[in-house]
Design a protein around this ligand. Structure first.
Ligand SMILES: *Cc1c(COP(=O)(O)O)cnc(C)c1O
Length: 428
């Protein structure tokens, strides 16, 4: 493979025209190669005009009338229906709200309810009181689950990936996993693990933070119970974009029948918010998971980010993602051989998401800073991982070639040894 092969690959790429949806002109002029869309997606051009319109016309002119006239009050559900098509959910089952961390808390609470009164008989009669997760899961998920477990008299048990199946029958009420690991890019087999958990009587919560918009997902086909996900990664919703939550209808129907109260029972999750009833009565279905007033400006940006993904098919996105990540792995291992990089992402493309991570002994942080100084933006995850995300909507094959070439230069020149690259910033 050489640079011309990559240019040819780009000229044949059916997704290539969709790159123009994104605001990359200045980034391109500055010679920056952005390989961090798994952490913060690129700004969609449409969001610039949309937010201006929401601010100037809907807020500025429409004022409070816009809750009705501009449809602000139903925006979270409308975007939820769009995200639903990306993850194999049906209209009305998925809602946009709050952050991933907060939605996880709600999903765990709902899982305890589903476990107790659902598939396996009363919670009180069961000895199962464990939440099982992976030690390398994203820390916020573990912190939230730990606090939730303590509050409920449950216990959070953390294991390594190969041990998950073997521990399911060990008193597990809830299996909580992130579909694609933020650190290694390893992707779980959602359908098989969900089945194994159900066979053991457990409820499954999937965090789709690193997979929604990056890989095809079919929550119904997997028979998943609950899912949450992030708006600012592959959904391009902008910094701090609202997140989403989904529940299988078998659970929301039971919640409806039993009047289940979510743990954060805010007024917009009430059956009739504008009745201003002093007593809480949950809305039906997924709507009960809305707590307070939605962030309209952020939702407007998120909708543009989701629309940008909907412009392609998830199958086309996945095919290009595999091609990009395969190419990156092959080029780094060839052109940067002998410089101490160890692949930590699965070599088998079926077992990875849309990122590639390399470990590098103690120098990973400085190497990433030197790379960023050369215009290749990835990120660093302590203690030793250099992480590169590939977003098929805007990452080109030529970007992969040029990024690896600059990585090679950083290593052969030893410029990463410059002390300024070892100064830690607040966000790595
Ligand atoms: C990015 C990410 C989050 C982010 O949570 P916030 O509440 O938005 O800060 C949570 N979980 C996982 C697995 C993530 O990758």
């Amino acid at each position: 493979v050489n640079r011309d092969d990559c240019l040819n690959e780009d000229s044949r790429d059916p997704l290539a025209p969709l790159r123009a949806q994104f605001s990359l002109d200045r980034v391109d002029r500055e010679g920056v190669i952005y390989l961090d869309g798994n952490s913060l997606g690129v700004l969609p051009k449409a969001a610039i005009t949309r937010i201006k319109d929401v601010v100037e016309t809907e807020w500025g002119n429409g004022l409070i009338r816009s809750w009705n006239s501009a449809g602000w009050i139903t925006l979270a559900g409308r975007i939820g229906d769009k995200i639903a098509t990306l993850v194999g959910a049906r209209p009305g089952e998925l809602i946009v709200a709050d952050s991933t961390s907060i939605n996880l808390f709600k999903a765990l609470s709902a899982s305890a309810f589903a476990f107790g009164y659902g598939l396996t008989g009363p919670f009180a009669a069961s000895k199962a009181s464990r939440i099982l997760s992976e030690k390398t899961n994203f820390p916020t998920d573990l912190y939230i689950a730990d606090t939730f477990a303590r509050e409920q008299g449950m216990e959070l048990v953390l294991v390594d990936e190969p041990e998950i199946r073997g521990r399911l029958k060990d008193g597990v009420a809830i299996l909580m996993l992130t579909h694609v690991n933020y650190r290694t890019g390893h992707m779980h087999r959602m359908r098989e693990l969900t089945q194994a958990a159900h066979d053991a009587g457990a409820i499954v919560v999937w965090d789709l933070a690193h997979s929604a918009g990056a890989v095809p997902i079919d929550l119904h086909d997997a028979d998943a119970d609950f899912a949450i996900g992030c708006g600012y990664k592959y959904l391009n919703g902008g910094p701090g974009a609202p997140a989403f939550i989904w529940a299988h209808p078998r659970h929301t129907q039971r919640m409806d029948r039993e009047g289940w109260r979510p743990p954060l029972s805010g007024w917009l999750g009430h059956a009739q918010p504008f009745a201003f009833d002093p007593y809480y009565e949950p809305a039906n279905g997924i709507q009960r998971f809305i707590c307070g007033t939605p962030p309209v400006l952020s939702l407007a940006a998120l909708e543009c980010g989701v629309d940008a993904v909907l412009a392609a098919s998830m199958d086309a996105i996945r095919a290009k993602s595999i091609a990009l990540t395969d190419l990156f792995i092959a080029l780094v291992e060839d052109r940067c051989a002998g410089h101490g990089f160890t692949l930590v992402t699965p070599r088998d493309s079926a077992a990875r998401g849309s990122q590639v991570s390399f470990a590098h002994s103690a120098e990973g942080y400085a190497i990433m800073q030197a790379l960023i100084a050369r215009g290749v933006i990835g990120d660093f995850r302590a203690p030793d991982i250099l992480r590169f995300g590939f977003t098929p909507l805007y990452t080109r094959f030529i970007d992969v070639w040029d990024a690896v070439e600059r990585m090679r230069q950083v290593m052969t020149s030893s410029e990463w040894r410059d002390p300024r690259f070892s100064v830690r910033a607040a966000v790595t």
